[in-house]
Design a protein around this ligand. Structure first.
Ligand code: ADP
Length: 256
């Protein structure tokens, strides 16, 4: 399972016509969706899996954060609306998300596979994903659903700090950087995401309860769901996840 591909997410972050610099061999690519409330650690686990499986980490939250860094004149009104929803912790409209995904269809059909993080977040987005993949005769390998008690979610989100350059994730209690406010990996500045403040966290958890939780039943009915406990250290959760994915792959091989 181990590969060491250098991920190039330019095409995903900027949308077409940006090209992709990674050459994939297309051998049994993984196509995974990460589900779970904000703060369960989907992003961290997606980064681990991407490195391990050689598939790109495709985060819709990162697309919006990359857009935010562009100067205001370069932002379309749809992106400005999306960023306003994001600041409040609310979901961006399905219409805007669907346009963003359609512009990035190249990343979904990539021979290297993908680890989707933050999309789909509503049933309508999940149906769009099914439709786009089926249109290219592709399907998901699995949907990983991370579970964590609410008190722990709040503690994780309020202490989270993100590197503004490479997006590595740290925590004020459980994963302190070696130097305060500085990323261990690239030396970038660590900051607190606007939507990691308490007012926004509450809105995000509410949005998750209403819009994202129904996805669990949706993917269970498609027999794609793999549920993982997200308690413990990131390495332990990663080990649990790869074990569950491997077991699923083996049982599929035996039943086919
Ligand atoms: P988290 O999962 O920790 O909330 P993300 O980085 O995935 O963080 O998303 C941050 C914000 O971006 C969300 O709160 C929402 O405003 C917006 N967003 C990202 N993906 C979607 C999506 N698929 N549908 C609607 N809004 C989204």
């Amino acid at each position: 399972m181990e590969t060491d591909l250098n991920q190039d997410r330019t095409a995903w972050l900027l949308g077409s016509p940006a090209g992709c610099a990674v050459a994939h061999d297309g051998n049994s690519p993984w196509r995974l969706v990460m589900l779970g409330a904000p703060g369960v650690g989907k992003g961290t686990q997606a980064q681990f899996l991407a490195r391990r499986l050689g598939a790109c980490h495709l985060s819709t939250g990162d697309v919006f954060r990359a857009a935010k860094e562009r100067v205001a004149q370069e932002q379309t009104s749809a992106i400005a609306m999306a960023l306003e929803s994001m600041r409040r912790g609310a979901l961006v409209s399905d219409l805007i998300v669907s346009n963003i995904i359609r512009e990035r269809i190249g990343c979904l059909v990539c021979r290297g596979g993908f680890i989707l993080d933050g999309f789909p977040r509503t049933i309508s987005q999940a149906k769009l994903l099914e439709q786009l993949l089926h249109g290219k005769e592709l399907s998901l390998s699995a949907v990983v659903n991370f579970e964590l008690p609410q008190e722990e979610i709040l503690a994780r989100l309020s202490g989270r700090r993100t590197c503004e350059r490479c997006r590595a994730i740290f925590h004020l209690v459980s994963k302190l950087p070696r130097a305060e406010g500085v990323c261990d990996d690239c030396g970038g500045r660590l900051y607190q995401r606007e939507d990691d403040r308490l007012e926004s966290i509450k809105v995000r958890l509410d949005a998750c309860e209403h819009s994202t939780t129904p996805l669990i039943a949706f993917y269970r009915s498609l027999d794609l769901l793999v549920t993982i406990s997200a308690t413990g250290a990131p390495d332990e959760i990663h080990a649990r996840t790869t074990y569950a994915l491997r077991s699923r792959m083996q049982s599929q091989l035996y039943s086919s």
